[in-house]
Design a protein around this ligand. Structure first.
Ligand code: XMP
Length: 319
């Protein structure tokens, strides 16, 4: 019989058997999969779990605080937060090529994670939020899109220096099953049913060079968009919604003066499998509210556009 409670019990038993009294390391991203693994392992082995949360400076607004709040303070999970924003930004400086940006973000993540892992004594296991579709995707060797740590540790195997055995309690589960487990484990509904967020984060939503100024503007714009989607009861009617930063200056008029400021694009899609997608037909009133708020509340933005492209040929991310 398949119930979330049953699966949790089975997995707890399996993990305890595999791990014994040894220690497990987990890269916590704040996404659904790694969050559910954290909650599950904490229940199974408590203090034998240490999570590393890498803040790359490309996260959504308040994301780092939320992760620390939920896992650190509420659940009592051991979480080490690494502030790696300066490192990521300096490595990304001057890079405009999308694939190169992805590589830099991925490699820097591994570098930071491995460095943290090396500081923790006596770790024998590495836990991963690998889910069934990741297993299939790796098998089809469709690399490049999977979350960095997943593609790094699963597809290519463990890094040479890290002799760790994998713990992957979600390996046989689909996303909707993982979500049900998350709810059963007591994770906040909003965390479990949040829209997907790419591993390279805002790095793929800032076109061209990534700069702190752009990331800060984008975080604010995105937060306004998401807040208004919730308020209008549209968040869960879309599969994914976010803001994109365009590094072009467009004219605006304030009083008598012309100002040349940045452009924010809004993207919202409806999709079942993320392979094809339709742009969400958001109400004009909602778009108007979001646009007004972004332009009035964020210094440096003079124009907001809404993306009405379907996938294919347009992808969901702008990259
Ligand atoms: P595209 O832009 O290819 O995106 O239509 C399809 C879905 O994949 C997500 N995406 C990623 N997810 N790591 C991830 O974990 C990535 O590097 C990555 N790139 C794109 C995207 O957000 C959308 O949901």
């Amino acid at each position: 019989l398949w119930t979330p409670a049953q699966i949790i019990e089975d997995q707890i038993e399996r993990v305890r058997e595999q791990v014994g009294d040894r220690h497990v390391l987990l890269g916590l991203s704040g996404g659904v999969d790694s969050s559910v693994v954290a909650a599950l392992l904490h229940k199974a082995i408590g203090d034998q779990l240490t999570c590393v949360f890498v803040d790359n400076g490309l996260l959504r607004k308040a994301e780092g605080e939320q992760v620390m709040e939920t896992f650190g303070r509420h659940m009592g999970v051991k979480v080490i937060r690494v502030n790696a924003e300066p490192l990521f930004l300096s490595k990304l400086e001057g890079e405009v090529d999308p694939e190169a940006k992805r590589k830099i973000i991925g490699n820097t993540f591994i570098e930071v994670f491995d460095e943290e892992a090396a500081k923790i004594e006596g770790v024998d296991f590495l836990a991963q939020g690998t889910i069934y579709p990741d297993v299939i995707e790796s098998a089809a060797s469709k690399t490049g899109k999977a979350h960095v740590i997943k593609s790094h540790h699963n597809v290519g195997g463990l890094p040479e220096t890290m002799k760790l055995t994998l713990v992957e309690p979600l390996r046989e589960l689909f996303k909707d099953e993982v979500r049900k487990l998350g709810v059963e484990l007591g994770l906040p509904y909003d965390m479990v049913y949040r829209h997907p967020f790419p591993g390279p984060g805002l790095g793929v939503r800032i076109l061209g060079e990534v700069k702190k100024e752009y990331a800060d503007i984008l975080r604010e714009a995105d937060a306004i968009f998401i807040e208004e989607l919730h308020r209008a009861d549209w968040y869960h009617k879309t599969s994914q919604a976010f803001a994109v930063f365009l590094p072009v200056r467009s004219v605006g008029v304030v009083g008598d003066a012309r100002r040349y400021e940045w452009v924010i694009a809004l993207r919202a899609v409806e999709t079942i499998d993320f392979m094809t997608a339709r742009w969400a037909h958001l109400p004009y009133e909602l778009l108007e509210t979001v646009s007004n708020r972004i332009i009035n509340e964020i210094t440096g933005v003079s124009r907001v556009t809404y993306d009405v492209s379907s996938k294919p040929p347009a992808t969901i991310e702008w990259e």
